[in-house]
Design a protein around this ligand. Structure first.
Ligand code: NAD
Length: 496
């Protein structure tokens, strides 16, 4: 493919043709002898052949990244910043095509990819391209016991292994690529095998921007076949993973004996606490969005809603009213919700709706809709609101990762906090109240990495992002990502 725009056109043009994408290893796009097939979740039709890479392909990619490391790590931050900004420009120039592809591959509506996923990918590159220019380290001049100047040097570490999930494919992959490269590491990335299309186009942007061969490599394949060889390769000292808690823990156990630096961003089961002081008409639109946007497939989506008993009935009826206004169907037609990512995931989400029925919960709205036309075989679930759920139910304790939420009443602040903290996850939470004391006291008591108060998904990339408990280990963000992707060395020089 000549450039990024040609690569995108190749995948978008003649949609009925099965296209084949490849790995990027040492500056060359290489196909594999075996392929996986990717399905368009909105139609159930096969649309893409992708590499079924194994240890041999991973070995070549790591070797190329390892070879490219000395020269790349010696470049100036200004040089790396310029190249990353070029990637941002290229993605921005092809935003429409990237958005259409992300939608086709993942199932999300095009409008969402156009307004959230791809702009955020552009922002990630620009943000770290500039953050690295402004990053400074501490220095201390001491007088005793000897006069000396101490300073910190942040060294790139080596080959970074970057493993990303399918829910926000380019958004999350670029949140790893940008800081890893800005800091002077070379990378081997393994995007989700369920959504690799935009990652393949992005690789063309790196080549087009002028990144030297071997600095950025991508190997596509399944977790066990391609991901594990990356995690266990001794030439890869740093692993950044975003995905499920089960796989994150597995990666931690594989990396620990090799003493690797590991960052884990894992699952969530996020509480939304609504106090009676709120103006429901004001907050319901954002709360509804926090439950169902991207089909509920955002690790930060609200899934357990704890609502003060005084306003419980009114809250439920207004939430249901808003949820029913959301349209579901063809992602190309810009419905509010598109398709869930795969048949497997659809069955998982639908099984929780069945569980709600088995447990005699009250399903206020939602379920599996019947969609007519070209999306009749797609994987769709309507915004689903469930009440009357037992505290011990799997519905309230397991990550569903779909548009299914439970609403539970509470009477006191302590009760709401205890309920919110009563799951193994600790990614994020939201609090809705007009009482400042209540907001601070509740936010302080919640055991999560991010608390949004009277807002949701407002991301300032300078702030640390990550999870507590089973939701993760480590933080990402300007200072945190730069810290993670470098090795700090203290240098002490005697003055006299
Ligand atoms: P997943 O854990 O199944 O897969 C994530 C990635 O890991 C994929 O690229 C996969 O191929 C790879 N992988 C799987 N097994 C592996 C192995 N043994 N060794 C190495 N790599 C392996 O997750 P998913 O289903 O793609 O994504 C959904 C999950 O991601 C949800 O749990 C969601 O909450 C979580 N998530 C978390 C965040 C966050 O920031 N905390 C963000 C997005 C998604």
């Amino acid at each position: 493919m000549q450039n990024t725009s040609c690569a995108a056109d190749f995948l978008l043009h003649e949609p009925s043709k099965l296209r084949t994408i490849s790995n990027l290893i040492d500056g060359k796009f290489v196909e594999t002898s075996e392929n996986l097939v990717s399905v368009n979740p909105a139609t159930g039709e096969e649309w893409l052949n992708l590499p079924r890479s194994k240890a041999a392909e991973m070995d070549k990619a790591v070797e190329a990244a390892d070879r490219a490391f000395p020269a790349w790590s010696a470049t100036s931050v200004q040089h790396r910043s310029r190249l990353l900004n070029k990637v941002a420009d290229i993605v921005e120039a092809n935003l429409e095509e990237f958005a259409r592809l992300e939608s086709k591959d993942q199932g999300k509506p095009i409008y969402l990819a156009k307004t959230i996923d791809i702009p955020r990918c552009v922002h990630n590159f620009r943000f770290f391209a500039t953050a690295i220019l402004h990053h400074t380290n501490p220095s201390v001049i001491q007088k005793e016991p000897v006069e000396a100047v101490n300073y910190v040097k942040s060294d790139p570490i080596g080959v970074a292994g970057l493993i990303s999930p399918w829910n926000l494919p380019l958004y999350l992959l670029s949140f790893k690529l940008a800081p890893a490269l800005a800091c002077g590491n070379t990378v081997v990335c393994k995007p989700s095998e369920i959504t690799s299309a935009t990652a393949w186009v992005l690789m063309h942007a790196f080549v087009e921007a002028g990144f030297p061969a071997g600095v950025v490599n991508m190997v596509i394949g399944t977790g066990p076949e391609a991901g594990e060889p990356l995690v266990t390769d001794p030439r890869v000292p740093v692993i950044s993973f975003t995905g499920s808690t089960v796989i994150g823990k597995k990666i931690a156990s594989l990396a620990a004996p090799l003493n690797k630096k590991v960052s884990l961003e894992m699952g969530g089961k996020n509480a939304c606490i609504v106090y009676p002081s709120v103006d429901l008409d004001e907050v319901i639109p954002t709360i509804t969005r926090s439950c169902f946007i991207n089909q509920g497939e955002i690790c930060l989506c609200s899934s357990r809603l704890y609502v003060h008993r005084e306003i419980f009935d009114e809250f439920c009826s207004k939430l249901v009213e808003k949820a029913k206004e959301m349209t579901v169907g063809d992602p190309e037609e810009n419905k509010t919700l598109g398709a869930l990512v795969s048949d497997v995931h659809f069955k998982k989400v639908a099984s929780y709706i069945d569980l709600a029925k088995e447990e005699n919960c009250e399903i206020l709205c939602g379920g599996v809709p019947s969609i007519e036309g070209k999306c009749s075989n797609g994987y769709f679930v309507s915004p689903t609101v469930v009440t009357n759920v037992k505290a011990t139910s799997r519905l309230l304790n397991e990550e569903i990762f779909g548009p299914v939420v439970c609403v539970v009443p509470f009477d006191t602040r302590d009760e709401a906090i205890a309920k919110a903290n009563a799951v193994p996850y600790g990614l994020s939470a939201s609090i809705w109240s007009k009482n400042v004391d209540e907001i601070h006291a509740t936010a302080s008591a919640l055991r999560v990495g991010t608390v949004w108060c009277n807002c949701w998904l407002v991301r300032e990339l300078n702030m640390p992002f990550g999870g507590t408990k089973d939701s993760g280990m480590g933080r990402e963000g300007a200072a945190d990502s730069i810290h993670f992707f470098t090795e700090q060395k203290t240098i002490c020089v005697k003055i006299n």
